[in-house]
Ligand binder design. Structure first.
Ligand code: ZN
Length: 214
């Protein structure tokens, strides 16, 4: 495989990744956390394209290969409910089993649980996530696995690393690319101050892409 693909450019070109281009007549991204962002990865556009998804997964494997040869996982686990196809494809290409953890809302709090799969003591598990930005789901997943006495491999894989960190705790982060997005609370949003409007990106994807500006 040809080594250097600029994934930031490629995903942007394909409108899987949107980034604010400082034209304030265009909207910016309102996340479910209510934060306003200048960046959004619309993974639905990747999931709906199985060939591209498969290609991206094979590039994740290229990066991981030397490590995986040494420590082949028994399981790939993906702590996100909707992105199951990504993890499943990775497990398919690596010839491992696949599992996912899922969020469960209790009256008091939101929990991440493993409820459908039988991961056993000392099973080797590679934890993967589509984007590493907030640690919540991936950290909970690692904690669940450690509670089962599974062996969580010393590295995690992701498409985009949105954090400043190269490590998640002691786990080295492998990503296809890194990017530090800008984000604001609503009251401090620099883009709202310039009259760009905050919209939910998936529901308004055409407004975020240039399709509506041609
Ligand atoms: Zn805003």
């Amino acid at each position: 495989m040809d080594k250097k693909i600029n994934w930031w450019d490629k995903l942007k070109e394909m409108w899987i990744l949107w980034q604010f281009d400082w034209d304030y007549t265009k909207p910016h991204a309102l996340w479910t956390s209510w934060m306003h962002w200048d960046t959004f990865n619309n993974w639905s556009k990747l999931v709906e394209n199985p060939r591209l998804l498969s290609e991206i997964v094979s590039w994740i494997i290229v990066d991981l290969e030397p490590l995986i040869k040494k420590e082949k996982p028994d399981w790939i686990i993906w702590p996100a409910f909707w992105a199951i196809t990504l993890g499943h494809e990775l497990a398919r290409q690596l010839g491992t089993k696949f599992a996912f953890t899922e969020p469960v809302q209790t009256p008091e709090w939101k929990m991440q649980v493993l409820k459908r799969f039988d991961i056993k003591k000392w099973d080797r598990v590679l934890v993967v996530e589509d984007a590493i930005s907030t640690w919540w789901s991936i950290v909970k997943t690692i904690a669940i696995l450690e509670g089962l006495w599974a062996e969580v491999l010393p590295f995690v894989a992701t498409i985009v690393n949105w954090s400043w960190n190269e490590y998640l705790w002691t786990k080295k982060i492998f990503s296809l690319y890194s990017w530090i997005p800008k984000k604001w609370e609503q009251d401090d949003c620099e883009l709202c101050k310039k009259w760009s409007i905050a919209l939910r990106p998936k529901a308004n994807w055409d407004k975020f892409t240039y399709k509506n500006n041609i």
